[in-house]
Design a protein around this ligand. Structure first.
Ligand code: BGP
Length: 468
């Protein structure tokens, strides 16, 4: 049996991407931390491929917007690279070449009837600011980011109606200071990570304030990777561990962004442990007064959590004192990325936002499945039969639709990603795009999932197979 799931009128059928993963190095005056990392440690990246060329969006964007239109996208998120737009990082003075590029890109999206969402930070801090000031540990960097944001709003705020301050801000401390999988690859720096979490929340609020000061006719939000924590059991210890993991990894950004304050329990714990961030009353007021208009949620996989088996293992403060990851034996895993596939979490996230965050309007700002070796599904015409991806999207959309039927205020679905793009560490190992790219000649070819998405967007509906 088939069932047609209809979505509300005006629903966004789009895709997500980012500047540092697509544009390539061309014309940039500053390196971002990813460029710097690649220049120094090429072997960290799959096949030694870096962000220097990436998907050459810098030169291909007119063709890419045409292709996006062809696969039915009515909206698209990418990011402005701080390291491209700004010439003088201390004053926020723009670079004319960067301005021209983004201006042209915005015009091209418009020409193709694609609503743009512009994000201001996708893990791509200018490398000099890490070197000079310690990156997001520094409140001076918060102020420099505010200048960059203001410049971007002044330049493009009349043409672009949807802005976001950060993509997955939690990944910055998590990957760079706690578990060492992104540059600067530090581990065990719990106290520094907490300061970074606080500073980024402050930076986001300051950018929102700047946007509102300029009285632009648009909306501003933030994009968070909400990774629900499911406990191993219903024991008090496991439940406590899951609640802590949720507070630390999700609510530490979700609460300030939507409610204007940090989760109380998390604050109690870090105060008790003597690792509280440095804050002022005035900064807390800025956070309280500048909450988001909308939320973007990236969802890939859940977190499975249990009580920590050895909390004493961490002499220096680490969140792992309070939770430990657990492998659910029944988990369905995407073997290429090692991530669990669990569509039910899409429903759970939607209901959490509805029930506990004032049913704020939100959209799915990333969701997707990275697959290695897609060439084996290639047809004679160069297209790829990525049925597994279509299946993945259908399952997640069914859960999203179920939550929307129950009142969740979701206005769009942006899979990761439009064209195959570069990734932190994995480079081009796993492909996610609706549109494939041959790295030898940058040739673009629409995959089967792209044709499928066009039909979904045209009908504003997804047809799924049901059991009866
Ligand atoms: C998200 C990021 C994206 C993208 C995606 C896929 O966390 O916001 O930038 O890369 O994950 O993950 P990966 O590229 O690591 O496979």
């Amino acid at each position: 049996m088939e069932q047609k799931l209809q979505f509300p009128e005006g629903f966004w059928w789009g895709a997500a991407s980012s500047g540092p993963q697509t544009e390539g190095w061309y014309g940039k005056r500053h390196e971002n931390v990813m460029d710097y990392w690649y220049r120094n440690q090429r072997n960290d990246f799959f096949d030694g491929v870096g962000p220097d060329v990436a998907s050459d969006f810098y030169h291909h964007y007119p063709e890419d917007f045409r292709l996006m239109k062809e696969i039915g996208l009515n909206s698209f998120r990418t990011s402005i690279q701080w390291s491209r737009l700004i010439k003088d990082l201390e004053t926020g003075e723009p670079d004319p070449e960067g301005v021209e590029f983004y201006r042209n890109l915005i015009a091209e999206a418009k020409k193709n009837g694609i609503e743009l969402v512009l994000n201001l930070h996708h893990f791509d801090l200018p490398a000099e600011l890490l070197e000079k000031y310690g990156g997001w540990q520094s409140k001076h960097v918060v102020d420099l980011y505010e200048k960059f944001a203001r410049t971007a709003f002044e330049l493009f705020g009349d043409d672009v109606k949807y802005w976001t301050t950060f993509n997955e801000p939690m990944v910055i401390p998590e990957a760079g200071w706690l578990y060492g999988f992104h540059w600067p690859k530090l581990t065990g720096k719990g106290k520094e990570a907490l300061q970074i979490m606080y500073n980024i929340n402050l930076a986001s609020a300051k950018a929102i304030q700047a946007y509102r000061d300029l009285e632009k006719d648009g909306e501003i939000g933030i994009i968070l990777n909400l990774t629900p924590s499911y406990p191993r059991s219903q024991s008090e210890e496991d439940l406590k561990a899951a609640a802590f993991a949720d507070d630390f990894f999700n609510n530490s950004f979700l609460d300030p962004a939507v409610k204007g304050k940090f989760p109380e329990h998390l604050v109690e714990v870090i105060e008790k442990d003597g690792v509280k961030w440095d804050e002022t009353k005035e900064e807390l007021e800025t956070i309280a007064n500048n909450t988001v208009d909308f939320l973007g949620v990236n969802y890939y996989h859940p977190k499975r959590v249990m009580a920590p088996s050895n909390p004493e293992k961490y002499p220096d403060w680490m969140p792992d004192k309070y939770y430990e990851e657990w492998e659910w034996p029944e988990a369905r895993i995407n073997p290429y990325r090692g991530w669990e596939i669990y569509p039910q979490a899409m429903y759970d996230i939607a209901k959490n936002v509805q029930d506990n965050y004032g049913n704020i309007k939100w959209f799915v700002s990333e969701n997707g499945m990275g697959v290695e070796g897609e060439e084996k599904y290639r047809n004679a015409d160069g297209s790829i039969d990525d049925d597994y991806r279509i299946e993945f999207y259908k399952e997640h959309l069914a859960q999203l639709h179920r939550a929307m039927e129950e009142g969740s205020n979701c206005f769009g679905y942006h899979p990761w990603t439009a064209m195959d793009c570069w990734s932190w560490n994995n480079a081009y190992k796993n492909r996610y795009g609706f549109i494939g790219i041959d790295l030898n000649d940058q040739k673009r070819t629409i995959k089967k999932s792209g044709r499928w998405f066009k039909a979904v967007s045209d009908e504003n509906a997804v047809t799924i197979e049901t059991e009866e």
